[in-house]
Ligand binder design. Structure first.
Ligand SMILES: Cc1ncc(COP(=O)(O)O)c(C=O)c1O
Ligand SMILES: [Zn+2]
Length: 379
């Protein structure tokens, strides 16, 4: 059984695990769950989804998670693409095969499980697209009403999925930041619980399984470099938390060298790249964000400090790619692997290629790229 407390990532303010929290009441920064039990690697559950790591996730005793079979995604080695990019070994972790076709399923499975445990009357989220589809699905699975605020420019297949599973979809003129304001107002007036990225602590917990799974698939070791297409940052933050936990719990050797984290963004919306290059601890909002990689259109992420800290602590690097390069490498990734890659996955490949060319990722590196969604969601 898992025990945990909630701790503010900035000022260390603590709340008990049973508290229904949003952001820190003292400083407005995200809470993270501090797991106080010590899960054992040899007692993973015989389940073929992310809840095989249930003892490392915030789940009450005898509680069944709200699950649609999320996680347990393939890690596919691509030797020819490795040669093409110029690294020793290259794998793609294919998150397209998740329920609702993106990695967002992991975080929302965990967050909806806890929100249901708290007895919330309904769930609301602002989204660049895929998180809204995931929340709509997990809300339906939990029997809870869902409202989703998404930019009107969100790709049509994603909007169709949100409607198909019964959520109340509200289109917003603008970007996810504008959707966030509308979601906050609705949560305040109607009492729905807001599960926006890092506005509650548990999406990050679900995203830890991106890291546990990778380690298990590599027989309990880690690659040299991980490239993650980053918008709000929940993927990077969850994975980075998982690496620290696995060493602390003895799942990985004490002298494990953590992977360098590479944050991949689009030239048209790259607030984290700009902040990283400036050596800043936080990011300033990007003006007029534009990219067809919809999940990366997050101009002012709340998790900026945590992403930048993971970048610094891992000796990582951030880079961005042009729309043309994203398109070309989405195609290249798909055609060379058979994975129906999302533009976000293509962006990760394009940024990797540029960093190898610039000598910022070594030619003898073992690299894992996350394909975070499905190309089918964007056509
Ligand atoms: C397919 C896809 N990739 C990447 C991201 C960015 O993920 P994060 O918000 O965790 O940085 C998103 C977010 O919407 C997404 O939908
Ligand atoms: Zn705080």
């Amino acid at each position: 059984m898992t025990t945990w407390k909630l701790r503010c990532s900035a000022c260390n303010h603590e709340e008990p695990s049973a508290a229904r929290v949003g952001t820190c009441p003292n400083c407005g920064q995200p809470f993270l769950a501090d797991i106080t039990s010590t899960p054992n690697r040899s007692s993973l559950r015989p389940r073929w989804d992310m809840w095989r790591y249930a003892d490392a996730l915030p789940l009450e005793e005898k509680e069944a998670p709200v699950s649609l079979g999320e996680g347990f995604t393939p890690l596919i080695e691509l030797p020819q693409l490795a040669a093409d990019v110029g690294v020793r070994r290259l794998w793609v972790k294919d998150e397209a095969v998740n329920p609702t076709a993106s990695f967002k399923a992991r975080g929302l499975s965990a967050a909806v499980t806890r929100a249901r445990g708290h007895g919330v009357p309904g769930l609301v989220v602002p989204t660049a697209g895929n998180a809204g589809a995931a929340l709509a699905a997990y809300g339906a699975a939990a029997g809870l009403p869902v409202r989703v605020y998404a930019p009107a420019t969100t790709p049509q297949p994603i909007l169709d999925t949100i409607r198909a599973v019964g959520a109340d979809l509200q289109l917003v003129n603008g970007h996810i930041g504008d959707a966030g304001k509308a979601a906050n107002a609705f949560a305040a007036s109607d009492g729905y619980f807001n599960v926006a990225t890092l506005r509650e602590p548990y999406r990050a917990e679900g995203n830890k399984t991106l890291g546990y799974e990778l380690a298990e698939q590599l027989d309990w070791r880690l690659p040299d470099v991980i490239v993650y297409p980053t918008g709000g940052g929940e993927g990077v933050i969850g994975m980075w938390k998982a690496f620290g936990e696995m060493v602390r719990w003895g799942w990985l050797k004490q002298d494990t060298r953590f992977p360098r984290i590479v944050v991949a963004q689009a030239d048209g919306c790259a607030p984290l790249v700009r902040a990283f290059r400036a050596g800043a601890e936080s990011a300033t909002a990007w003006e007029n964000p534009t990219t067809h990689a919809a999940g990366l259109r997050v101009p002012g992420p709340l998790g900026d400090r945590l992403v930048l800290r993971a970048l610094r602590d891992s000796g990582g690097v951030a880079g961005s790619a042009s729309e043309d390069d994203i398109r070309e490498d989405t195609k290249r990734l798909a055609e060379s692997s058979g994975i129906d890659a999302a533009p976000e996955g293509g962006c990760a490949l394009a940024v990797t290629r540029a960093l190898v060319r610039a000598g910022k990722v070594a030619a003898d590196a073992e690299v894992v790229i996350y394909n975070t969604g499905s190309g089918a969601s964007y056509r």
